[in-house]
Design a protein around this ligand. Sequence first.
Ligand code: AMP
Ligand code: GLY
Length: 433
Amino acid sequence: MRKRPKNVIVVGGGGREHALIWKLNQSDEISDIWSIPGNAGAAELARRVPMSSDSVSNIASFSLVERSALVVIGPEAPLALGLADCCRVEGVTAFGPSQRAARIESSKRFARELMKKYGVPTPEFESFTDPGAAKAFVSLLAERGKRCVVKADGLAAGKGAIVTSTPEEAAAAIDLCLVERAFGESGQTVVVEERLEGPELSVFAITDGKNLVVLPPAQDHKPIGEGDTGPNTGGMGAYSPVPLATDELMNEIIETVLKPTVRGMESEGCPYSGLLYAGLMIHEGKPFVIEFNCRFGDPETQAVLPVIEEDLFPLLMGSATGALGEDRVIKASGCAMTVVLASGGYPGSYEKGKVIEGLDRVKNEMDGKAIVFHAGTETQDGKTVTAGGRVLAVTGLGATFDEARANAYAAADLITFEGKYLRRDIGYRLNNA
Ligand code: AMP
Ligand code: GLY
């Protein structure tokens, strides 16, 4: 039932944005969705606009002309470029933090210093521009039996964190950033931090700068290879909810991480609204922040949104207008498991333009059991073809994780394209829990 003619813009062209469009499309309050630039899957539910998601002033002008009720900003890059600010200047309502508030992701140093100042559990860290001083800190940690992680301060497309096992590896990582400038300007400053151990958890909170609505937690699978081996990717799969995140642990995360961070940002004079993503490690039973992101996670969103029954639009609107209402936790309804289908060669180089077959079979044979979210896809001569490293995110649904997993892989196996790669072990930690 479409009542009010409200149009919404979703910025971004990945699986996360397709999932946001899929969920927003279920809202009675929305009449039309624009997708900038979107992908072949988003095009089934939204009208695509051929504009880069980084063209912040063009997007802001477009949203004004279209009188959009809300601009939902998916990726970190346009947020770090100030898209939310540009929209607000035009009088357009935007979901996502300001450029200054997005520093929580765009500067690891800013984020770590914020955590330290407001008592949010963080591994021990220091930031450096001088390689010698950075290496001296590595030695100091090593003397205390601690290993380190070396991180480029700025955005590095998920590749800026180098997890090391020896002081020599850490020194090489420091040189890679500060001397060889492998991450360009993003690596002019490095953060050297203590390496923690434990399971990871992604927790998403929608906030208007004061109140929080916490979504069901998810677990990501970053490395390319089974058993979490090989280089890190944007994420090869996820599931939601996460059994290890008991009510007690979620409460601890809300009280020790999420609330002090939102309050801290306000005290710093850059109130945070939008999605606050806490990437956590449960180290010796306690939640520590590994990183904050200023947007929904990908592929976690493709697992989280399908287990939420509630309409997403009022939540995003409430965040954007400062009217979110009281703090609460949304519980998962059922289980979801997401398996990413990638192009052969990813996260290294890969070919594009491979024809994707089997998408209709998933729709016809697995309706209600699996959803295919598109990431790097395009339409060419009437066919759907690959156009990126992560091509599709296939989410299986079920009352149990076993059912969700079986549905995810059954659907993933119906889809074919040359070079298709997927991890067969998504959710393996559930069996060890
Ligand atoms: P980040 O880009 O900061 O999310 O880091 C990427 C990945 O590196 C994380 O998902 C963790 O697996 C790992 N990592 C980052 N920081 C730490 C840390 N302090 N201790 C252990 N592992 C970490
Ligand atoms: N899946 C990790 C991220 O979105 O940063």
